[in-house]
Write a protein that binds this ligand. Structure first.
Ligand code: SF4
Ligand code: SF4
Length: 393
């Protein structure tokens, strides 16, 4: 049975304020209504009908990045992100600036491939002019061929096992190179690789937009399809997908994809990083929120990087602080997103690293956008690309 958390949980709040101590939107704006405690308080009032749904209230509830920094802080045991998801579902009709995106998301359940094919053509025709004129922000190039071209099984000689990839929409449509890197690693280690056409969006953007029913249907599809795939592990390169599948699917559906595994967990558990060497480089690591707060994975990526000969690792200041992406948040609340992101860029530059490594395609997009805006110079890599390069040159 699924366990629902509803807005009523907000009434347990004792207003201690512990949750706002790590809340990036509060720490950036110093505005109580843009912080964890304020959001919980407002949702409690909404639940008790002492506050009516309104555009202003919806804006404050949608201004949460869903980063999860507050998730395990509450002494009253409130799962704040879950309360906010439910608040969003209750307020979605009042959130005007999300209307267009909600429509697009609903449409997308009938076929993302076609939508991205059209967007790719539009991007090629118009994006460059609009971006250079400063009329539109940075958007990574949409791949002309998605990573999941079809249901494929990549065979290998001397097979040692079978692994499947949960690509996620970012890798599939924007960063197929990251998916190719994982395939290369798996094939080199003798694993047969399953890239599964039946995969649908993990549901994160739908829940973020208050579309709970649509998210539930997507979760059910993924669970049904992936639990039929015979593979030792289903490996994900996106911590948002992994967190949603591991943490939220059980609440939404009562089940999950049984053997979902984050790329860092996989690299450590299967001892993929032994005897690797690269050209000498100074690197630092940025913790994606959904990996560190959501899945509790902080040491593994650092352990992996420190094992590779040639990489000199330097810890940046506040490595675990958010980059400001937050998926749709970066579109709806551009200024706050950029303010948070600029602090991250300052910390990367302060580390003097040549390369910042992370484990999340969304963070890569945000860091690239802010790097361009600030004219900064450093490389940005997904950890899987670093391992692929160390293995294959
Ligand atoms: S999820 Fe992040 S942004 Fe939202 S209330 Fe919690 S700490 Fe703040
Ligand atoms: S930590 Fe929990 S009890 Fe304290 S203000 Fe935040 S939601 Fe309320």
């Amino acid at each position: 049975m699924s366990q629902s958390i509803n807005i009523t949980d907000a009434s347990k709040c004792v207003r201690c304020g512990i949750c706002k101590t790590l809340c990036p939107t509060y720490l950036t704006t110093l505005n109580e209504t843009m912080g964890a405690r304020g959001r919980v308080a407002m949702l409690g009032e909404l639940d008790m009908k002492r506050l009516a749904p309104s555009r202003a209230l919806a804006d404050m509830i949608y201004s949460c990045m869903l980063c999860g920094a507050c998730k395990n802080l509450c002494p009253a045991g409130i799962n704040i992100p879950e309360v906010i998801y439910n608040g969003r579902a209750a307020l979605k009709k009042s959130f005007d600036r999300g209307r267009l995106l909600r429509g697009a998301l609903k449409l997308s359940t009938s076929g993302l491939d076609n939508i991205f094919a059209v967007l790719s053509v539009c991007q090629k025709l118009f994006y460059g002019h609009l971006y250079r004129a400063g009329l539109i922000g940075y958007v990574p190039e949409i791949a002309s061929t998605p990573f999941k071209k079809s249901h494929q099984v990549y065979k290998t000689i001397n097979k040692t096992g079978r692994m499947a990839i949960f690509a996620g929409c970012s890798v599939n449509y924007f960063y197929p190179n990251i998916g190719e890197s994982l395939s290369n690693i798996l094939l080199s280690k003798g694993y047969e690789v399953v890239v599964f056409k039946g995969e649908v969006c993990c549901g994160a953007p739908f829940r973020s937009s208050g579309l709970e029913e649509e998210a539930l249907k997507l979760a059910e599809k993924n669970i049904e399809h992936f639990n039929k795939v015979r593979a030792e592990a289903i490996i994900s390169m996106c911590p948002t997908c992994t967190m949603v599948i591991r943490d939220q699917y059980p609440r939404l559906t009562g089940g999950t994809i049984n053997n979902i595994m984050d790329i860092n967990e996989f690299l450590i558990r299967y001892d993929i990083t032994a005897n690797l060497e690269v050209d000498p480089t100074l690197v630092t690591y940025h913790d994606p929120c959904h990996l560190s707060y959501g899945l509790g994975i902080r040491d593994k990526p650092r352990d992996i990087l420190k094992r590779i000969k040639g990489l000199e690792f330097v810890e940046m200041r506040h490595a675990d602080e958010c980059c400001g992406f937050g998926g749709l948040f970066s579109m709806h609340f551009k200024d706050v997103s950029k303010s948070i992101g600029r602090k991250k860029i300052e910390n990367i530059l302060h580390s003097e690293a040549d390369t910042v490594i992370t484990s999340c395609p969304g963070c890569i997009t945000q860091l690239e956008a802010l790097k361009r805006e600030t004219g900064s110079e450093f490389e940005i890599r997904h950890i899987v690309e670093v391992i692929d390069e160390a293995m294959h040159g």
